[in-house]
Write a protein that binds this ligand. Structure first.
Ligand SMILES: *Cc1c(COP(=O)(O)O)cnc(C)c1O
Length: 369
């Protein structure tokens, strides 16, 4: 018997069944790509020069990225030993999930949340336990705490939640951490922390403000941050974890060694030297977000609290995500549809009015308008 098909090596069936990663397509020259929560601004001053100066390409980078851990330690008021650098925070998420959970273990997270979570859990061989989010886009923390079993090894919390937008408050977080056994790893994914603007004080304030040193009281909590969003370094792949040094050891052992390049470290260190400029552009993105949310609500969209660099248009029996995304697409704006709604990133200044115009045109199909 002859066959044209070669015999291929066997892949774990659950891996073979995964759809390969598909990147959002680029926008037309006169359109806007608002599908990946990227930053519309160019790198901060001195960043390109710093990356360009890191030219010892024949040498491996500093495996511990000491210069960046030192700068981040100073920035967050922790020792450099409490900081671990990775090639994007997704690589750290993967490292910590793998360090703590394997076959037979459970990883609890809210859903809909960050689209990488299900496959990261699956790659570790663990079972994902998806807890439906609340109608207003927040995590259902009571249900998540109730979903923790003796098999739970990791809980993923995303604040602000990608793609819906709301944050977890200090009171909610304190209450949740108290309910979860101290030997369960809690990964607090704060990829959008810099964009949070809440006027609330005390326990109603978002958790982000105090998350830096949260591991001192709760060694089972590891905070994850990234340079991909507010800092606009998505192409360079650099993120970091803050946590108890001995807990970070787990991630250190599982993350791919030497995967953070010297150029990325140099760019990140240079970025940290420009806090004022960073604040300015983050403020500008927040101002665009405020305009967009107000405009969308005025039109009749039920937009949840938006605390990241994106807004969420929930789907309803009358409005399906695919048609909404197609309407934007036809007008040259790429957005990200999910079954439960459509996520639109805050992009260029001119994109804001354009988004509102298209959102208005979809309105006739909205229920109460
Ligand atoms: C973008 C994002 C990340 C980080 O991505 P990296 O580019 O790998 O740092 C992590 N978590 C969430 C929820 C995100 O949206």
């Amino acid at each position: 018997m002859t066959s044209a098909e070669p015999v291929l090596p066997r892949i774990r069936p659950e891996i073979a069944a995964l759809p390969p990663y598909r990147q959002g397509r680029p926008a037309d020259p006169d359109g806007y790509k608002l599908s990946s929560n990227e930053n519309p601004f160019e790198p901060l001053p001195g960043v390109v020069e710093a990356a360009r100066a890191a030219v010892d390409f024949n040498r491996y980078p500093d495996a511990t990225a000491a210069s960046l851990r030192e700068a981040l330690g100073a920035r967050h008021g922790v020792s450099p030993e409490a900081v671990l650098i990775g090639a994007g925070s997704v690589s750290l998420l993967q490292a910590f999930i793998q360090a703590a959970a394997t076959v037979g273990d459970e990883v609890v997270y809210s859903w809909r949340s960050f689209e990488a979570y299900p496959s990261l859990v699956l790659v570790a061989g663990a079972s994902g336990v998806q807890v439906p989010g609340l109608p207003d886009g927040r995590h259902d923390l009571d249900a998540m705490a109730a979903a923790v079993t003796p098999r739970t090894r990791v809980v993923l919390l995303c604040t602000p939640n990608n793609p819906t937008g709301p944050v977890i408050t200090r009171a909610e977080f304190a209450d949740f951490v108290a309910k979860v056994p101290a030997d369960v790893l809690i990964l607090l994914d704060e990829a959008y922390a810099e964009f949070v603007r809440s006027t609330a004080t005390g326990t109603a304030a978002p958790v982000n403000g105090l998350a830096d040193r949260v591991y001192e009281a709760h060694p089972n909590v590891v905070v994850l941050r990234t340079f991909s969003k507010a800092y606009g370094l998505a192409a360079l792949r650099v993120g970091y974890a803050i946590g108890h040094p001995r807990v970070l050891d787990g991630g250190r052992s599982t993350v791919t060694p030497l995967s953070v390049t010297a150029s990325a470290v140099a760019a990140a260190v240079a970025s940290l030297a420009h806090q004022a400029e960073l604040d300015e552009r983050v403020d500008e993105i927040v101002a665009r977000r405020t305009t967009l949310v107000a405009g969308l609500r005025e039109i009749g969209w039920d937009v949840p609290d938006a605390q990241g660099n994106f807004v969420w248009l929930p789907a309803s029996p009358h409005v399906d995500s695919t048609s909404v995304a197609e309407a934007f697409d036809a007008a040259g704006i790429i957005v990200r549809p999910f079954p439960e709604g459509v996520r639109i990133s805050i992009g260029e200044h001119e994109s804001v009015e354009k988004v509102l115009g298209i959102a208005r045109s979809v309105v006739p199909s909205l229920p109460s308008v």
